[in-house]
Design a binder for this molecule. Structure first.
Ligand SMILES: Cc1cc2nc3c(=O)[nH]c(=O)nc-3n(C[C@H](O)[C@H](O)[C@H](O)COP(=O)(O)OP(=O)(O)OC[C@H]3O[C@@H](n4cnc5c(N)ncnc54)[C@H](O)[C@@H]3O)c2cc1C
Length: 466
């Protein structure tokens, strides 16, 4: 590791994520031990799988619901993310509107806002202590090109009918009043976001689901998903419905290699910062923090007074490979640290306590999908492109309605049953993604002295359909 990154004595790289430091990384619990049959079989015990199991059992307690998980509940992105319980929708409103019209796309966005409160309400009801604080989200622009994009984003929200109660433009001074990020020239604030501790949510949800009578078999990889069957090394599990909830790991399943691109995201966390630091920067409301760079960052102030700071890192591994336990390349740790200190020079006396990475699922058009085919019994939800903490809850409730065969406001939303083309074969996939991020990095550097978005970034958007 470069000497330019100060590391704590107990620094950990990987080991799933920092969020398991206090509880310890769980060992897989009960493994499948022979064939069985159920009404609904869910593959993957991240938020998607767990929310689906939760709402199914709540609505139809008599159903036998089985979850099959290759490692342990919360092993994937659900136990590693930045803890933004955000009302932001993955992908563009236009694409959702294209199939179902403007009103339907607005309804989807409103459901996303409501889902933030739904997650908070379930946490309260089930006694899940996930350090939840609904403090909103602050987005900062740190040069004039970023500021012009931020204003365009707010204008676009207005055109879709979202008012200042949903998203406010802030002057540099107003933004700094909330949180003093070096170099802020403009900001925006939205109330539709809450801070969570991701692993606590995953573990708490798994407990709530088990208490409802759902069987979660851990250490049980699914080798293939077929109509009415999930095949594991320990037996075949049959069911009327087989729901795939494998997000960034989907490319490893037979026949699904090019479905959703496994995109990496990486994080570092500092040691607990002293009161003097928080007096210097503000950040008293547990707001989530993001920026308008193309190679964007995301951060939270943790419940124990650290900064957890994330960004793209090495975006994609050739052949849709995924890392196993979150080990993060030195280059990424250094890049995240440099950016953190650039945002908060007063943090330079701190140290990095932990670094980790995870994978998220990115569809070719960057918009999420939820679907159940009642003939084959196959269903899935995902492609959240880094916006899954809240969307998985909406997915779980929608999958419940689709499995139960109910036509509801949720099943009419425009992300239900979307068909998206597959990613290109290699080496085009690797070349496309790497060119996109190289162009974004160069565009970010050039925009430090430009007034408008760099043409390189527009070109990158074009080649990958972003
Ligand atoms: C570093 C990072 C930061 C992020 N930050 C945010 C954020 O702040 N806000 C936000 O909204 N989103 C964020 N995301 C995205 C968000 O975490 C995900 O969209 C969300 O957790 C997806 O949940 P999931 O259940 O669909 O997938 P996962 O949590 O990945 O769960 C999938 C599960 O399926 C299991 N599995 C996979 N294949 C198999 C198989 N063959 N057999 C059995 N089990 C299998 C995996 O082990 C895993 O447990 C972030 C993601 C990462 C990686």
């Amino acid at each position: 590791m470069s000497t330019r990154v100060p590391l704590s004595d107990g620094f950990i790289n990987g080991e799933v994520s920092f969020w398991y430091r206090s509880s310890g990384v769980p060992a897989p619990r009960q493994r499948l031990d022979g064939p069985l049959s159920a009404d609904v079989v869910i593959v993957g015990a991240g938020y998607t799988g767990l929310w689906t199991a939760y709402y199914l059992k709540k609505s139809a307690p008599g159903l036998r619901v089985v979850v099959l998980e290759q490692e342990f509940a919360g092993f994937g992105a659900s136990g590693r993310n930045g803890g933004w319980l955000t009302g932001d929708l993955a992908g563009s409103h236009e694409l959702y509107a294209r199939s179902h019209g403007t009103e339907a796309a607005i309804a989807l966005q409103r459901e996303m806002f409501a889902s933030v409160d739904e997650v908070i309400a379930v946490c309260a009801k089930e006694g899940i202590d996930a350090d939840v604080v609904k403090g909103g989200v602050l987005t900062v622009a740190r040069n004039t090109a970023q500021a012009s994009r931020l204003r365009a984003h707010v204008d676009e929200a207005r055109a879709w009918g979202f008012g200042p109660g949903d998203l406010q433009l802030l002057s540099a001074a107003e933004s700094q009043e909330r949180l003093r990020v070096a170099g802020t020239v403009q900001g925006s604030w939205s109330p539709h976001c809450a801070r969570i501790q991701p692993a606590k949510l995953a573990l708490g949800l798994a407990e709530a689901v088990r208490a409802l009578g759902v069987e979660i078999y851990e250490g049980t990889p699914v080798l293939s998903i077929e109509p009415k069957r999930a095949v594991t090394p320990y037996g075949v599990v049959s069911g009327d419905f087989i729901i795939r909830a494998t997000e960034g790991f989907t490319s490893r399943l037979q026949g699904l290699r090019r479905q959703w691109l496994p995109m990496n995201s990486s994080m570092i966390v500092t040691e607990p910062l002293p009161d003097s630091f928080w007096e210097t920067v503000g950040w008293q409301g547990a707001e989530l923090l993001g920026d308008m760079a193309h190679y964007y960052m995301y951060a939270q102030r943790t419940a124990d007074g650290r900064i957890a700071f994330g960004g793209r890192g090495r975006p994609y591994l050739y052949g849709s490979r995924v890392d196993a336990r979150g080990h993060t390349h030195d280059w990424t740790v250094e890049a995240l640290w440099q950016l953190l200190v650039d945002f908060f020079p007063a943090a330079s006396s701190s140290k990095v306590a932990h670094a980790w990475s995870g994978v998220l699922g990115v569809p070719r058009d960057w918009c999420s999908t939820v679907h159940v085919d009642r003939d084959t019994g196959l269903g899935w939800a995902g492609g959240y492109t880094g916006h899954g903490v809240t969307t998985t809850n909406l997915a779980g409730r929608t999958l419940r309605d689709l499995v139960l065969g109910e036509q509801t406001a949720l099943t009419a939303l425009p992300w239900v049953g979307r068909k998206v083309r597959a990613w290109e074969p290699e080496p085009l996939r690797w070349l496309g993604v790497h060119s996109m991020y190289r162009l974004y990095r160069t565009a970010d550097a050039r925009e430090r002295s430009m007034r408008r978005t760099s043409v390189l970034a527009r070109f990158a958007d074009l080649i990958t359909g972003h």
